[in-house]
Design a protein around this ligand. Structure first.
Ligand code: I3S
Length: 145
């Protein structure tokens, strides 16, 4: 069928709402600030924006959309035209956060080569499991870059 895509052509693209906090920035420990963020993975870039305001209309879009459309949309993030922040996954690592990192359930610890480490969480364990796999796949697919 015309809807069947060759897995090799499938872009590593995923988006959704997650709870996110930085725990280090440029290698320095920072105070946690959990925020609900509209999260987009495209290629090796992970992009976050505040989840409130104009973000909700995106959820209906079959959970897939081009990054260009996200960042250029004027209403993105409730009036913001730019993402809150982005991290490059190349050379990073992903693991389940240990209990001392957070009291929350289903917490991913993402370490980046730039020294910005994040905790990523959702109350929905299947959502978190899917993100864990996507992040892991992205990191291994870009390992040689
Ligand atoms: O690692 P911490 O310091 O226990 O993290 C908690 C704090 O960030 C807390 O805010 P205050 O800085 O106002 O204490 C947050 O409300 C908690 O959510 C943080 O812990 P969890 O276990 O939820 O990641």
């Amino acid at each position: 069928s015309a809807h069947v895509q060759d897995p090799a052509d499938k872009p590593s693209e995923k988006c959704g709402i997650l709870n996110v906090t930085k725990i280090t920035e440029n290698g320095k420990k920072v105070r946690k600030n959990w925020t609900s963020s509209w999260t987009v993975l495209q290629g090796s870039t992970l992009l976050f924006a505040k989840g409130q305001g104009g973000g909700t209309s995106w959820v209906s879009d079959r959970n897939l959309l081009p990054l260009k459309a996200v960042v250029s949309r004027p209403s993105f993030g409730g009036g913001q035209s730019k993402p809150e922040f982005t991290v490059d996954l190349k050379g990073g690592s992903v693991d389940w956060a240990s209990k001392d990192k957070s009291s929350k359930k289903h917490v991913i610890e993402l370490k980046t080569r730039q020294g910005t480490d994040l905790l990523i969480q959702s109350e929905n364990d299947s959502v978190v499991n899917d993100w864990f796999k996507a992040l892991q796949d992205t990191i291994s697919n870009h390992a040689s870059e």
